[in-house]
Design a protein around this ligand. Sequence first.
Ligand code: ADP
Ligand code: NI
Length: 217
Amino acid sequence: MMDRIIEEVKEILKEEMLFESTGHDYWHVLRVYNNALLLIKEESQTHQVNEDVIRLAALLHDIGDYKITGSETEEIEKPIAILNQLRVDKKIIEQVVQIIGEISFRKQKNKLSSIESQIVQDADRLDAIGAIGIARAFAYGGAKNREIWNPNDPPKKNMSKEEYINNKGNTINHFYEKLLLLKDQMNTKTAKKIAVRRHQFMEMFLQQFYAEWNGDR
Ligand code: ADP
Ligand code: NI
């Protein structure tokens, strides 16, 4: 039953998100889903987790993103509409919506309400770091006509939420404003472990980037 619903959700996502250019495309969602499955496998050895809720939330976490829809309310309404259409149990819908509403980096909720939320947030964040995270950051910057780097525009420390949302800076700055912070913000043991190598890779990338920028031969 749930497997069929998952397949139907994937089809809907494929239609709506395949060529999205700000980092929320279909392939991102699929990677987050796979990260979530891996985290479920590890974390369910020590925690009781609702697998169905996690799988649905992972798939639907960006379908209503305000960057795609331009609307804050659709963040919740879009997934609700899809789940209702597929006749998913009301209780499950409620939990999925709760997760989607609280996991985004932008909102920086201090305390997530469940292990399910923690897992989906980690799955999403793992896809924002490492080689894939680097690729997504520059894809996003390109879609927004941003410079890759500008030494005259160094990163800001401790940006407020407002500053973060309205920030139009170069893409290398995004590493200091978000990507390099994520390693220490993972919720689960498993994600913390996976994040270590991905984080190191970003640091190596930056080192090499500056070396080349400064004329390294
Ligand atoms: P989330 O969906 O986790 O809230 P975002 O919507 O903030 O993440 O970002 C989606 C993708 O775009 C991520 O890979 C993120 O790193 C990247 N991104 C977001 N803002 C910027 C930016 N200002 N510069 C470069 N990349 C960005
Ligand atoms: Ni996402």
